[in-house]
Design a protein around this ligand. Structure first.
Ligand code: PEP
Ligand code: MG
Length: 763
């Protein structure tokens, strides 16, 4: 609070009045009866406490508009009649910005929206505060006075505290019935729309990743005790962050050093501590104080236009959540594996690939995140695990409670929260239908993927962990076209040593049962980081020190992995693929290192693999213009279309705002791929494509039309892609595609879909 108070515990001049008021508020809430009557009494109480001629409460409807729900001072006929569009007027602005608006002459403000039906023209000063709960704005509480005055900091505090208590009761349903489609409680069914990032449909129960503690008690019965709890929790929080940072290996999954540094900076911030203490001294419980300061700080940070502060706001939110968990004695948060329901629908603001792997996959049915895109690594991991996933489900975390029933439809991108019986029944049917389709795919398992005109397509599977390997047999894939070795490293708490790597690769080869496996050397960097590996932070990690660049600089790391590959593959065929090759000289350097290992191991008497093939990933555009130099240096090549498209279009694969903006079936990328197919043919280099596009039937159809005869995808895509292939006429699609590319057609995807439909090719 702004004003300096008495000697001992600072006491608000208004504190006795505030306490009486809070008690009354509690009584009103506890009173049985009509919700509207309660709201009316609340605004009457507030206007009395604030000595305001007007007190009004606006509540948010699902369309974002704000409806006048109760008023003391304005015309009562305006109640439920006056509605402000999203962002309209000072009240709408207060809701949008989630921050107080204090205007001595509201009517002179350019954003003021005059509503004659309310009779508000005689009131000049206005104080509006958001009614919010866990970051979600539910409405706006307003006081108005005739005189032109600026409300004091104390007035603002009191109104904010009142708004918080009101929010609690709105959410608890104390005013249920006051409105029809008001989003007050988390008990109504709700559909949140996002974007599918890993196919599937799942029914289950919600687990919130690092769930937020819901503050249920706001007014303190014993401020001194709450003060002690607050001091203790801050101390504990600081100590735990210091300990984490001091820990050499930073073993906490998903915690990155920079994030922890930011946390620590906030945790030691004196201003934060002061505001927390002041809020407790003002009569709040320690938990309510954290929430209160979180809301006001968030509002302040969001006001900054600087993206740095917007980003920091997320860190600050996490830190506040952590402090709440510390207060609740649940410092580590999250559901323990034992608590996970067997049909877990995991919901998170954001999640990295390693964090997802921390969950028991046998219990995971679906993942829903507020960010994320189909090409992000967490999506790739979800696909590998066969977990349905939806990204871009904005605001879902605030709208859901742990153990809510949910249906995730990763065909349409819809998440049904607390679905009705009919929705559950409809989805159960859909799941049964999909299972039937799955059976049809399984029936194709042993049938080779041969087109109607006799082209044999090699269908391979992408994998990254030993647990993926049973899919090889189940899907009938011809081999592992991409084994992402970094996943084992990401899961590990420390660098996997040589023997652990040998063991892992041996098991993979054994599980593959003689089918070819392409091991990709470590592709670390970008969004794939190792929690135990210290690295300088980079402005543009996707363009930074990653993959082969790191391997060639840290040769010991790379050589250890190559040694492990060679030892694991003794007597068998070994294929090693190098990620992010950007120039042909890098393959020379790689070959030198591999040869060194071969010589060294032979000298030590180890049996050699039957053959060793070295391949390059084609995922950096520069190599498309160096194919005549690069291809003679490799035994095979594989297109990493996720990265290739990202770099060709300069569109971050993990950023949903841009990742789907450009179509890989546009003439430009198709011409690039065609050039590559021709060059591979000329140099007699086997060519594969192992990015996400291979797993989508229409894209796979285009790839085959371009001349690809080998593609690699997530196991669940093999069935649909094989079904498409069995009905395909390659000569026809090749000719059509050539024409479309030559003509620079605007909608190649649409044309191919139409062609498939005419020819009875299922996509
Ligand atoms: C790619 O870039 O297309 C690829 C297959 O590799 P990753 O997705 O692991 O980067
Ligand atoms: Mg890649």
């Amino acid at each position: 609070m702004a004003t300096k108070r008495g000697e001992e515990l600072p006491i608000l001049p208004s504190e006795p009045a505030l306490r009486v008021f809070m008690r009354r508020l509690r009584e009103i809430m506890a009173d049985p009866g009509d919700g509207q009557a309660r709201l009316d009494r609340i605004v009457r109480q507030i206007s009395g406490l604030m000595v305001a001629e007007v007190c009004s409460m606006y509540l948010k409807r699902q369309d974002g508009s704000l409806e006048l729900f109760a008023t003391e001072g304005l015309r009562s006929s305006a109640v439920h009649d006056t509605r402000l569009k999203r962002g309209e007027g000072l009240v709408g602005r207060c809701a949008e910005l989630a921050q107080p608006i204090n205007e001595p002459d509201a009517q002179a403000h350019p954003a003021f929206s005059f509503r004659p039906e309310t009779g508000e023209e005689i009131y000049h000063s206005m104080l509006a505060v958001p009614i919010q709960r866990a970051g979600q704005v539910l409405g706006v509480l307003v006081v108005q006075n005739r005189t032109r005055k600026e409300y004091s900091d104390d007035d603002v505090e009191i109104m904010q505290t009142t708004a918080m208590v009101v929010a609690e009761h709105l959410v608890s349903g104390a005013v249920a019935g006051a409105g029809s489609d008001i989003e007050l409680s988390k008990s109504a069914p709700l559909v949140v729309k996002g974007e599918p990032i890993s196919d599937g449909i799942a029914l289950g129960h919600v687990v919130l990743h690092e769930p937020r503690i819901v503050v249920t008690k706001h007014l303190s019965d014993d401020p001194a005790a709450d003060m002690r709890r607050m001091e203790g929790a801050i101390k504990e929080l600081r100590a735990s962050l210091d300990a984490m940072l001091a820990h050499e290996h930073l073993t906490v999954a998903g915690e990155h050093k920079e994030v922890l540094e930011a946390y620590r900076m906030f945790a030691h911030d004196k201003g934060w501590e002061r505001r927390l203490n002041e809020a407790v001294l003002g009569g709040l419980t320690a938990e309510a104080a954290v929430e209160r300061v979180q809301n006001s700080t968030r509002a302040r940070m969001l006001r900054q236009n600087d993206p740095y502060w917007r980003e920091r706001q997320r860190d600050f939110d996490d830190l506040s959540d952590r402090l709440l968990r510390t207060l609740a004695g649940r410092a580590n948060g999250g559901a323990t594996p034992a608590e996970l329901p067997s049909d877990t629908i995991l919901i998170a603001r954001t999640m990295g690939p390693a964090e997802l792997l921390d969950y028991d996959r046998t219990k995971l049915r679906a993942l829903v995140v507020e960010d994320g895109s189909a090409q992000s690594h967490v999506a790739i991991v979800a696909k590998a695990l066969g977990v349905a996933a939806i990204g871009q489900a904005k605001g879902i975390v605030e709208r859901v409670s742990a153990m809510d029933a949910a249906v995730v439809d990763a065909e349409t991108g819809e998440v049904h929260l607390r679905p009705s019986g009919e929705v559950i029944a409809a989805y159960s049917d859909k799941v049964r239908f999909r299972a039937k389709r799955q059976k049809q795919y399984e029936a194709l398992r042993d049938r080779p993927a041969v087109t109607r005109d006799g082209a044999r397509i090699s269908l391979n599977m992408n994998a990254g962990l030993l647990v993926d390997m049973p899919h090889l047999e189940e899907s009938g894939a011809d081999g592992i076209g991409l084994f992402r070795t970094e996943l084992q490293f990401m899961l590990s708490q420390t660098f996997p040593r040589l023997d652990r790597q040998i063991q892992a690769y041996k098991s993979i080869l054994k599980e593959a049962g003689g089918k070819p496996v392409v091991f990709r050397s470590l592709d670390i960097g970008g969004d794939k980081s190792l929690p135990y590996m210290k690295r300088a932070s980079e402005e543009n990690p996707a363009l930074g020190w990653r993959a082969i660049r790191m391997s060639l600089d840290r040769t010991a790391l790379f050589r250890t992995q190559v040694r492990a590959f060679i030892r694991a593959a003794e007597g068998a065929d070994l294929r090693i693929m190098i990620p992010m090759v950007s120039a042909s000289f890098e393959m020379d350097a790689v070959r030198v290192l591999v040869e060194k290992e071969i010589t060294l191991l032979a000298r030590r008497g180890y049996q050699k693999p039957r053959s060793i093939k070295l391949g390059a990933m084609i995922e950096v555009p520069s190599v498309l213009f160096e194919l005549d130099q690069l291809l003679p240096k490799v035994d095979f090549a594989s297109v990493g279309s996720n990265d290739l498209m990202q770099f060709m279009f300069a569109a971050d694969r993990g950023n949903a705002l841009v990742s789907r903006r450009y179509d890989p079936l546009a003439p430009a990328p198709l011409r690039a791929l065609k050039t590559l197919v021709r060059a591979a043919k000329k140099h007699k280099v086997p060519l594969n494509l192992c990015g996400e596009m291979a797993g989508r039937p229409v894209e796979a159809m285009a790839l085959i039309g371009l001349g690809f005869r080998s593609i690699s995808m997530a196991p669940a895509s093999i069935g649909p892609v094989k079904t498409m292939i069995l009905a395909l006429d390659t000569a026809k699609v090749a000719a059509r595609l050539d024409d479309l590319i030559q003509a620079g057609a605007a909608d190649i995807r649409g044309e191919l879909k139409r062609m498939a439909e005419q020819d009875g090719v299922e996509l």
